[in-house]
Design a protein around this ligand. Structure first.
Ligand SMILES: [Zn+2]
Ligand SMILES: [Zn+2]
Length: 121
């Protein structure tokens, strides 16, 4: 389940992002392709232990682009603790910081307006 949001700000900044999670127990090969092998050691242990996991998308801030992007995230449980791996920026490949909410405009710092623009299952 996921939702698409149109983020906009009075300064003119706008961005479409996707937020949500899909249970993807069928798509291990895809996860192994999308994430670097070196990052997946904990995840592979979780899978071997039969732990629950899921892949999805979250709002993230990319410092290189100085903007918000949708970043793929992988969630799994290791020793009872929830871990989240996130991918790099889909636009420039740079490191991103996941945001739980849209938060403030990366350009002017004012609160962003969030309009739900769609949803998927
Ligand atoms: Zn970027
Ligand atoms: Zn702004």
């Amino acid at each position: 389940m996921g939702q698409a949001f149109h983020l906009s700000c009075g300064c003119g900044y706008q961005k479409d992002v996707f937020v949500g999670e899909v249970m993807m127990s069928m798509t291990l090969p895809k996860i192994r392709k999308v994430f670097a092998e070196a990052d997946l050691s904990g995840f592979e242990r979780a899978v071997a232990n039969g732990e629950d996991y899921g892949m999805g998308s979250k709002i993230a801030y990319c410092a290189k682009c100085d903007g918000l992007v949708s970043a793929s995230v992988l969630r799994y449980t290791e020793e009872g603790e929830t871990k989240v791996l996130n991918r790099t920026c889909p636009d420039c490949g740079g490191e991103v910081v996941i945001r739980e909410t849209a938060g403030n405009c990366p350009k002017c710092g004012k609160a962003l307006r969030e309009d739900q623009s769609g949803r998927w299952d």
